[in-house]
Design a protein around this ligand. Structure first.
Ligand code: FES
Ligand SMILES: [Fe+2]
Length: 432
């Protein structure tokens, strides 16, 4: 349970708020690069600020104020040039640093034009990495953008999926340190959705939480679990401060404002050994729906189920009314760490896990329960005999609504047809 004041402290993200200023000190994935395959510019709200994200004709990305410094027109309707974005109202041109580099009539009327230098707009650095666009909105110099180990893997099919979630970021991110919900929200609820009343999924018998440089891990023991299971020895990663990492995928909860969050996720699926070496030419992006036609939430896929928990807690969860138990120890740990971090940063320290050394940032290893499986790869036959991976070939289990174009690209990469059965050239005779 938190006081109203402490709840506000953790949940408010606008400029000038403690938590807002704290989170701005991290690079955040804000969009898929492929979102700019067809559009030049899009409005984007982040941390309570209205901005425009664009890709100019030279391929440079910019994240700038939504409003032009001339008379405040909406730059998301501007058009891009070789360098920068041009306001569609009177043609003022801005580069990715927010500098005004063109004012057509003013430049004609006064070739010396002193006005231009005074008309820059707010701009934040943007970097592309592994199919994602990353933004940094904090004080400069920015820390290094961490290249997580998974971003260096080849021989896999990657897709970026986003959704707009109408609730505060923290309740989404608290889900990243909540092992027991998996048993109920995903396992047992899915069993019930299939119309079965029993049996219930294996119970959690023990949970544990540890802190490390890049966040926290949660560990679990469930009924029937092998004593040496990696779910206990390694666990899952609460990636500080906004992410969740499960080996083959990342989820980030990016604050839009106090009452909205952008879910940005990155999925990797290793191709079968028969398809290696494989290099993906284009990382697709898709927007996952969260509503059914009747206005209720979609409940069929894992992240959709999570979203139902998050939005169900209210626009901003009222933590003065909760009752935390033994399963929530990780949640208390991360809240306390946030409070300590806010104080530490106020004293001038760098926030937890930020990297200043470019060499260190080039390869950031995180705990991965299934590390060996990722590094060794699998034949198609091993996919079909695996309790989880055979399902991954048949359907995308995380979000509802994967578009056919992405499913098709995935199937081609994996060597299967649209139903997930092997393509004829993938069926090999067993070796003598
Ligand atoms: S309002 Fe943008 S150029 Fe005039
Ligand atoms: Fe979940």
């Amino acid at each position: 349970m938190l006081s109203e004041e402490k709840n506000r402290l953790l949940t408010q993200v606008g400029p000038g708020t403690s938590m807002g200023d704290y989170l701005r000190r991290y690079w955040m994935p804000i969009a898929g690069i492929a979102e700019f395959d067809e559009v030049e510019a899009k409005p984007i709200r982040l941390m309570g600020e209205d901005l425009v994200l664009y890709k100019d004709l030279s391929g440079t990305f910019g994240l700038v104020d939504k409003h032009c410094s001339h008379r405040r027109a909406d730059l998301s309707y501007g058009f891009v040039e070789e360098k920068g974005i041009r306001c569609n109202y009177h043609g003022w041109l801005f580069d990715e640093n927010g500098q005004c580099i063109g004012q057509p009539y003013e430049d004609t009327a006064n070739p010396k034009n002193p006005l231009k230098a005074k008309c820059s707009i707010k701009a934040y650095p943007v970097k592309p990495l592994s199919g994602l666009l990353w933004a940094y909105m904090g004080p400069l110099p920015a820390p290094e953008l961490p290249v997580y180990e998974a971003f260096t893997w080849i021989n896999g099919f990657v897709e970026v999926v986003t959704s707009d979630i109408p609730c505060n970021w923290l309740q989404c991110q608290e889900n990243s340190i909540d092992p027991v919900h998996f048993e109920w929200m995903h396992d047992n609820w899915s069993i019930r959705q299939k119309g079965k009343l029993s049996p219930y999924a294996p119970k959690h018998l023990k949970v544990a939480f540890d802190e490390f440089d890049d966040g926290f891990v949660y560990k679990r023991v469930r009924e029937g679990q092998a004593p040496d299971s990696a779910m206990w020895s390694v666990g899952r990663v609460f990636l500080w401060p906004l992410g969740f990492y499960l080996g083959e995928h990342f989820e980030w909860r990016i604050p839009v404002d106090d009452e909205n969050t952008r879910s940005v996720t990155w999925f990797y699926c290793r191709v079968p050994k028969e398809k290696e070496p494989y290099r993906q030419q284009h990382i697709p992006h898709w927007e996952a729906p969260i509503y059914k036609p009747d206005g209720r939430w979609i409940e069929s896929h894992i992240i959709n189920q999570d979203i139902i928990a998050w939005v169900g807690q209210g626009k901003i969860a009222d933590r003065t009314k909760e009752a935390l138990g033994a399963s929530d120890r990780g949640i208390s740990m991360i809240r306390n760490r946030f409070f300590e971090e806010l104080e530490s940063v106020a004293q001038g320290n760098d926030p937890k896990g930020t990297i200043r050394d470019p060499e260190q940032a080039k390869f950031v290893k995180l705990p991965i329960a299934e590390r060996k499986a990722f590094l060794d790869g699998k034949s198609l036959a091993e996919y079909y005999s695996h309790p989880y991976y055979h399902k991954r070939l048949r359907d995308f289990p995380w979000n509802a609504g994967q578009p056919e174009r992405v499913r098709k690209a995935f199937c081609e990469a994996m060597g299967v047809d649209m139903k997930g059965d092997p393509l004829p050239d993938m069926i090999r005779e067993p070796a003598e």
